[in-house]
Design a protein around this ligand. Structure first.
Ligand code: IPD
Length: 258
């Protein structure tokens, strides 16, 4: 497992250098069919991951948000080359690289890398979560307690209307929007905020795989909006990543709007 993690970290550092290079350059932004942006940097990073996995683990698959290389393997490298592309195109440095090694649908190694702060979040299944090699833990705040803040993602064509959910939740807790669901999830993992609410996207399942492992390994809880296991290989019914303590309360709030 350690070998897989080291490989994932190498890819993350390279991805981060591409992200930083293009942050100040012409990004050649295009729009996908679901009207979300994709830049030349997203594509370059995704292609780089495919090329490197092909070299090192030729039998493994890669499922990337912008490109895939699917083999008949139980091992899949699940990659969101730039999570937070919208903010990236706007010159706001919150985007991260996300990569997980998933075995039969379950993430076993995960990295999320923030190249702007040089923060490398990592986890191996059953071995804890780390930021820059230091152990991290979720917060112990309760729902509604001062200092309990929650990030939520919201957009027009999402399967769930998180705006209505947000209006309800903001009565009790402080809401914020980070601009990258994986980055917000890392704030949950290290205890800065109590939860991340992500309604899922129509363009695939790649955003959540690494975050799910890292948040869980930091002592948090991850489910879909119905309280079921949130799995990379199944349809996304929203995702809630929490410090565990606020999970049930949050679920009961969300369920009213499903
Ligand atoms: C997006 C970000 C954003 C969330 C969007 C995602 P992408 O990922 O995570 O925070 O609100 O739903 O699509 O498209 O930049 O990889």
């Amino acid at each position: 497992m350690k070998e897989y993690l080291e490989f994932a970290q190498e890819l993350a550092y390279k991805a981060g250098s591409i992200m930083k290079e293009y942050f100040y350059k012409e990004k050649q932004t295009e729009y996908k069919s679901d009207k979300t942006p994709v830049t030349i940097a997203d594509k370059m990073i995704n292609d780089y991951v495919i090329e490197q996995v092909k070299k090192k683990y030729p039998t493994h698959s890669v499922d990337g948000e912008e490109a895939k290389n699917i083999n008949n393997s139980k091992y899949v490298w699940v990659c969101d080359p730039i999570d937070g592309t919208s903010m990236f195109t706007r010159g706001v440095p919150v985007s991260v690289f996300s990569l997980a090694l998933v075995y039969e649908g379950v993430p076993i190694v995960g990295v999320v890398y923030d190249p702007f702060l040089n923060d490398m979040y990592t986890a191996i299944k059953d071995s804890g979560a780390y930021c820059n090699d230091k152990p991290i833990k979720v917060s112990d705040k309760e729902y509604g307690e001062l200092g309990c803040s929650i990030d939520y993602c919201m957009w027009n064509n999402a399967k769930f209307d998180t705006l209505e959910i947000a209006k309800d939740i903001r009565k009790d807790v402080k809401l914020c929007q980070v601009g990258s669901t994986a980055h917000a999830s890392m704030l949950v993992a290290k205890g800065t905020i109590c939860a991340e609410i992500f309604p899922g996207t129509s363009h695939g399942h790649c955003d959540m795989a690494a975050s799910k492992l890292i948040v869980t390994e930091a002592g948090g809880k991850v489910t879909d909006f119905y309280g079921n296991d949130q799995r990379y290989d199944q349809a996304i019914n929203g995702a809630i990543l929490t410090n565990n303590k606020v999970h049930d309360k949050l679920l009961s709030k969300i369920k009213k709007y499903l």
